[in-house]
Ligand binder design. Sequence first.
Ligand code: FES
Length: 479
Amino acid sequence: KSSSSISSLPPEVMLNIFTYLNPQDLCRCSQVNTEWAQLAKTGSLWRHLYPVLWARGDWYSGSHAYLDNEPDEDWISRRKDESRAYQEWDEDADIDESEETGEEEDSSISMAQREKELLNSLVHYILPYVGHSVKTLVLAYSSATSSKVIRQMLEYCPNLEHLDLTQTDISDSAFNGWHFGACQTLHHIDLSGCDKITDLTLEKLSVALGIPSAHKKRLLKCYRNNRTLKDIRNQMRCSSLAQITGESTIYSDAFWANSDRSQDYTSPPIWILDSGNPGDIEDAADWKFRTTDGLCVLEMAPSVTCFSNGCCSRARPGRWTNVGWQEHCKAATVSYCGHTLCGNTLRTIHTLPEASALCNIGTRTLHSDITDCFPGSAKSDQQAARALQFLSLSGCHQITDHGLRALTIGGGLPKLEHLNLSGCLNVTGSGLQDLVATCPSLNDEHFYYCDNISGPHGATASGCQNLQCGFRMCCRSGE
Ligand code: FES
């Protein structure tokens, strides 16, 4: 008799049966006995999380159909009502905790409370066991999500691939737990309507995406004579890629002052590499490393001018930054070292080309130029590249060029296909150009930004998506 009991089934069969259960049923099963409790904590059962739907009793709609379609207006409007009611109730509760709650709470507050309880349960009882297996986390239009809950969830889920925080009430602190390389698998992040976030979030995102190993190797090589490996590793744990790469000046306003809010883009000196004549592969590889930090620009240079008073000798490691390099090359005691690239294929200029010329090289991105030069390394670099394919900051009006440029550090976003900056009123054409130059896979059809900005791919990009939206920032709303 006992051999026909469900308890006698082997664990792998039980696990297979569990895959047909929804999260609520799994939690119920976990209360049956210790063995089932263990099985219910199997990571593969918790790969895709849709707590907002679950809190409303919808345990089965977490499909790609949901992910790919914007919910209808009525659904969005109800979520916004819930969110507003819950926040007002929450603020009142803080002031007077003795206030009667419960029976007379309206349905909006109850719904938001249920969602909050579910989120807390996930954080305390599920994610500590299965967080490493979670690939998808969708909290779009959540009424009760807070920055603290997001921060906890992200810390438990280092292998996330798809993160949707659309229209949630989060701030930069939601990403405080993201350290260097914390989210290298992320390929989709939707922050549409998160209007409290600022450039700080983009800096943290850039840090969390990490540096591809190929770049890291060059970084280590570049720094090895000045520091011990331990020093470098310690530094890699710090929060800023700019600090890691020694380019901390990128975060000073003075660094970008010339380009801020200006179509007449100017920049600190940049170097141009003749990709048609890469005489010294090793040096050129180092150039690749530096340029993918977003601090230099590459283009085909048909007639190349020599350095007049510089040298690219690697006897001075650790000085491979724009500014440091320039200082090094200006030093009177330094002379040509004889490297193939020295004086032959590099030159400095003090401003970028005219805006129109810049647009011409817009499609010739850093990555494509480099892979043109070194076809043999193209595949491995592509594989090692940061994974982000989708980024939406629609309505995040506090984002500026500074935040966009933070994304260019550490290799840019070579796989990015979809970029939505609709309603980002504080970015300029030059900031957009800097970012786009590190996004060779960007599909113009899926590239959105304010119609009033004269920016890259102007003729083919898709313009602002928020014109008809009604609840996300748009400079033309009401027209
Ligand atoms: Fe300018 Fe929408 S933000 S057109």
